[in-house]
Design a protein around this ligand. Structure first.
Ligand code: DP6
Length: 332
């Protein structure tokens, strides 16, 4: 009996060593290897139905049928899956996020991880986790890191097969929490895909990339040693370097807003003057990911909520990788 439908769940991830710029935009081969942690509690659930009855691919996102660019990006990924899985039907893709789309949490990572894993499962294919990461990467680079569990490294590689992600520590290895301080709910004007293309126009990108392998090793070891002080220093530095590249690209990209800097400054003060084990990191947006040890999480969360610049707070512990929730066979 042929399996035709599957549902997968994936978490977004926060990068501690950042992905910014590709050596190959088409294949999404990044210029440096990166490290991240999956975010438990925040999730994207995606069902893929391969069906000979469909005349076109369809995408329903949080209950709304999509067209234009969002649909096209999914169709392009479905084309890749069709080619790899030897499928010649269209698909219905239904996806829901349990986190607000306007909260500035990268949804493409969880979206393309779940789409890849559900699409392969629905086709009855049992691909290796490594191959699933390389396929997910083609949809959105950071999606490769949402496939494996817990703390994840993505090896840049210089071919399609060599650029893959794998877990280097399970979620319960280190009890840290990402407390996301939301300072804006606006949709960003320049997305990551366009940003990656402009990274090389910054004079600072070559320097950022040259130091990335060392920061990668320091960060990986700090996580394995559960050494918060070393971790905080390298994570903040790596985030600052990426934003320096963004700000000095031509044309420049300024993702920070005035409240962003207030939160950054405050987090540093809490660590230096009050001894809280907390540090900050930012993706391509103004919201501040405040990463702290579990014993300080409640305090950090309460203090962030008390800042007038902070509109809301979301908390996430280290999360699992992407997994299949349901498989249905024939006649669905
Ligand atoms: C700043 O993976 O979103 O969050 O491949 O174009 O979808 P695309 O880019 P994306 O880039 C993520 C950039 C970042 C840093 C990171 O997550 O490493």
């Amino acid at each position: 009996m042929q399996i035709r439908s599957a549902t997968a769940v994936a978490h977004p991830n926060i990068a501690f060593i950042k992905y910014w710029g590709n050596a190959d935009d088409m294949l999404r081969l990044p210029v440096n290897s990166t490290i991240s942690m999956n975010l438990d509690g925040l999730e994207t659930k995606t069902t893929v139905i391969w069906s000979g009855d469909l005349a076109t691919d369809q995408l329903i996102l949080n209950g709304s049928p999509q067209s234009g660019a969002p649909l096209q990006r999914v169709v392009t990924h479905l084309d890749l899956l069709r080619q790899r899985l030897d499928i010649n039907t269209h698909a219905l893709v239904e996806s829901t996020n349990n986190f607000p789309t306007g909260a500035g949490i990268a949804s493409s990572a969880a979206a393309f991880a779940a789409l890849t894993v559900a699409g392969a499962a629905a086709a009855g294919a049992s691909l290796s986790e490594r191959e699933l990461t390389t396929l997910a990467r083609r949809g959105s680079g950071s999606a490769a890191r949402s496939v494996p569990t817990g703390f994840v490294e993505w090896h840049a590689g210089n071919t399609n097969e060599a650029s893959y992600a794998e877990s280097f520590a399970p979620p319960d290895y280190w009890d840290i929490v990402d407390i996301i301080a939301v300072v804006s709910r606006e949709h960003k004007e320049v997305g990551s895909t366009a940003g990656h293309r402009s990274a090389a126009t910054s004079d600072l990108q070559a320097t950022r990339v040259a130091g990335a392998p060392e920061r990668f090793n320091i960060c990986r070891q700090a996580i394995l040693d559960r050494d918060f002080a070393t971790f905080a220093e390298v994570v903040e530095h790596d985030s600052n370097l990426m934003h320096a590249v963004m700000m000095t690209s031509r044309p420049p990209l300024f993702y920070w807003l005035p409240p962003t800097l207030t939160v950054i400054d405050t987090v540093r003060r809490w660590r230096d003057q009050e001894g809280l084990q907390v540090c900050y990191t930012l993706d391509a947006g103004p919201n501040v990911h405040c990463v702290c040890v579990r014993k300080d999480a409640q305090k950090v969360s309460t203090k962030l909520r008390a800042l007038s610049e902070v509109l809301g707070v979301l908390s996430a512990a280290p999360g699992d990788g992407c997994r299949v929730l349901r498989l249905d066979k024939d006649n669905i």
